[in-house]
Design a protein around this ligand. Structure first.
Ligand code: UDP
Ligand code: MG
Length: 338
């Protein structure tokens, strides 16, 4: 497989950020979760490397190969010959959230930037993020300016999702903010200390808190390949997020149950009074069948809602690791840390 060629200047140990006088001051890690991004990595890695040299900080780039079936692992591992590059290959496809967690666990920098491997998140934003970080922000998250490239249905769905998700007033999951962000070491440590297995990252970022600054940006179109987040996956991600960060659906089940009980009691009282006072007989099997069907339907939906939560409990109780590493290569910042 053909791999990207390292720019000659930095290859031969040119005095760069790694050994600049102020180099020991702070360091930066970039984490890239990748599922079948070989073609994109060939463009992204040189671009990102140039950006990182120009920050004059010590840096590392961590590519997490999330069980890719193309030569993502080969491309990334070839770059790992060079200092600063690391590649963590997972044993199969575990999903973006797990891949991200693997990358964050490995990152050693004082600041950690997460970005997609498909060039939608332009490395050119990193300088602005670092400036905010140096000015005291603990999280700098990129916010998509427009979603006009997305279908109407996806826009409505996402608006509804955020409305349902943000039922807590203690912390808010910002709309249109994805995984593209810079986080201080404190924030990454806090994230890694969360024990849960269902990693809805957008929610976890918000849950840990810290001083966060939004940075508007316009995502580039995906360079090569297609997004793996189809409608089914997005829906499943949304259910994961809602069950992990809200309990109001459970409360709603009880409230609706209570409402129906009150309605049934009043109707019962009406039927009895109608019979006693006006001598009307109780009429109609059709009403019975229809209401029976209706309530069986409602009950099944509610069992399903409760079941979603039970399923999450089951996932947590099993306590399986979030991901399995097949191979880790390269040397990043970790090695030269005291
Ligand atoms: N990704 C991953 N594992 C997966 C699916 C996606 O690591 O199972 C990575 C993918 O390589 C990319 C990022 O997650 O770097 C975002 O994925 P994608 O571009 O498909 O999603 P979208 O941009 O549509 O949100
Ligand atoms: Mg993408």
């Amino acid at each position: 497989s053909s791999t990207a060629v390292k720019p000659a200047a930095s290859a031969a140990g040119m005095p760069g950020a790694q050994d600049a006088p102020d180099a020991k001051e702070s360091s930066i890690s970039c984490v890239i979760p990748c599922f079948n991004e070989a073609a994109n990595l060939r463009h992204l890695l040189p671009l990102l490397e140039d950006t990182l040299w120009s920050t004059r900080m010590r840096w590392e780039i961590i590519v997490v190969d999330d069980g890719s079936t193309d030569d993502t692992a080969a491309v990334a591992q070839a770059w790992c010959e060079l200092p600063g590059f690391r590649c963590i290959s997972l044993s199969r496809n575990f999903g973006k959230e797990a891949a991200l967690t693997a990358g964050l666990a490995a990152a050693a920098g004082d600041a950690v930037v997460v970005l997609d491997g498909d060039l939608q998140h332009s490395p050119s934003l990193i300088h602005a993020m670092l400036a905010q970080w140096k000015a005291g922000a603990e999280v700098v998250y990129a916010v998509r300016q427009q979603r006009s490239d997305e279908s109407r249905l996806k826009q409505i769905g996402s608006r509804l999702f955020y409305k349902l998700l943000n039922s807590s007033d203690r912390f808010v999951v910002p709309k249109d903010a994805g995984d593209f962000r810079l986080m201080d070491r404190k924030v990454v440590d806090a994230l890694m200390s969360l024990p849960e297995r269902s990693r809805f990252m957008k929610g976890l970022y918000a849950w840990v808190g810290f001083r966060a600054v939004a940075m508007p940006y316009t995502p580039e179109p995906r360079a090569e390949g297609a997004s793996t987040f189809n409608a089914r996956r997005l829906l499943s991600l949304a259910i994961d997020g809602l069950t992990a960060f809200t309990t109001w659906p459970l409360r709603m089940v009880s409230l609706v149950g209570l409402l129906f009980a009150v309605l049934a009691l009043s109707y019962g009282a009406y039927v009895i009074l109608d019979h006693l006072m006006f001598g009307n007989s109780v009429s109609g099997w059709a009403t019975i069948v229809v209401s029976l069907m209706f309530f069986i339907g409602v009950q099944m939906i509610f069992t399903g809602i409760v079941g979603e939560y039970v399923a999450r409990i089951y996932e947590e109780v099993k306590g399986r690791p979030l991901y399995v590493v097949r191979r880790a290569s390269g040397v990043g910042l970790g090695a030269d840390k005291p």
